[in-house]
Design a protein around this ligand. Structure first.
Ligand SMILES: *Cc1c(COP(=O)(O)O)cnc(C)c1O
Length: 236
């Protein structure tokens, strides 16, 4: 299967699941981490515009490579250490993994003033208590309030990486908790429009639970060439 065939198939599935739940606002983030620019080029040629990267340096190099291609949208989706915030603030359009005020403050200060505010999702640790990534659900509103005050950030919503489950009913336990949190956030703040959840194995459940952005890598680009360790916990 080619990248364009994969994209067409996945887009069609997204559309079908979204229609079944009466929605039309589900976007596809193509997760291109570890994949070469030639593959990203094929995806762009097939019409894909939003890409997710986990490693700061690799992401920055790809963004530079495609600097002349219009309308691309780059999402940072990996764990971020505070000594790497500047590169994310200067180059990416979105960061989906904010889980500390300190990181958010640095990103806001370091965001170049000639760029649009950096779009931010708060990462919630929804089912995996051992993971170091993401905040506890109870902390969402207070962190959101603080991020909302930062001038060069734009809070857009929430992101989660639920513990993998194969049974849809099990998947939906964490996913529907996220849906409730998202509803609360939307009720409290303006401009909240993005709930990033759903990967290859839980895409349908995630869309049924209100996801507005699914993050898909392997099903588009094939299996990754080198092991990515435990991405939720490793340093970017
Ligand atoms: C790698 C990654 C994905 C995509 O995973 P695949 O299994 O390749 O589809 C989605 N979200 C995050 C946060 C990731 O790190």
């Amino acid at each position: 299967m080619s990248i364009s065939e994969n994209l067409a198939r996945i887009s069609q599935q997204i559309q079908q699941f979204a229609q079944q739940t009466g929605r039309d606002n589900v976007r596809l983030l193509a997760v291109s981490k570890t994949k070469p620019v030639e593959m990203i080029e094929q995806a762009i040629y097939a019409g894909q515009r939003a890409f997710g990267e986990n490693y700061v340096q690799e992401g920055v190099e790809k963004i530079a490579y495609f600097a002349k291609t219009p309308d691309l949208e780059w999402h940072f989706i990996g764990p971020l250490q505070s000594n790497k915030t500047r590169l994310v603030a200067e180059h990416f359009d979105w960061i989906q993994t904010v889980d500390r005020l300190k990181i958010a403050e640095r990103l806001s200060v370091q965001r170049p003033v000639d760029k649009a505010p950096l779009n931010v999702l708060i990462q919630i640790n929804i089912s995996d208590e051992d993971s170091k990534s993401g905040i506890a659900p109870e902390q969402m509103l207070s962190l959101a309030k603080q991020i909302y005050q930062l001038p060069h950030l734009r809070l857009r919503g929430l992101m989660a990486i639920p513990k993998p489950e194969s049974d849809p009913q099990q998947q939906k336990i964490a996913l529907s908790k996220m849906q409730q949190l998202f509803d609360r956030l939307q009720a409290e703040f303006d401009g909240i429009d993005t709930l990033s959840m759903g990967m290859s194995d839980d895409m349908q459940s995630a869309i049924e639970c209100g996801s507005t952005m699914v993050r898909i890598g392997t099903a588009i680009f094939g299996t990754r060439d080198y092991p990515t360790k435990n991405l939720a916990n490793s340093a970017a």
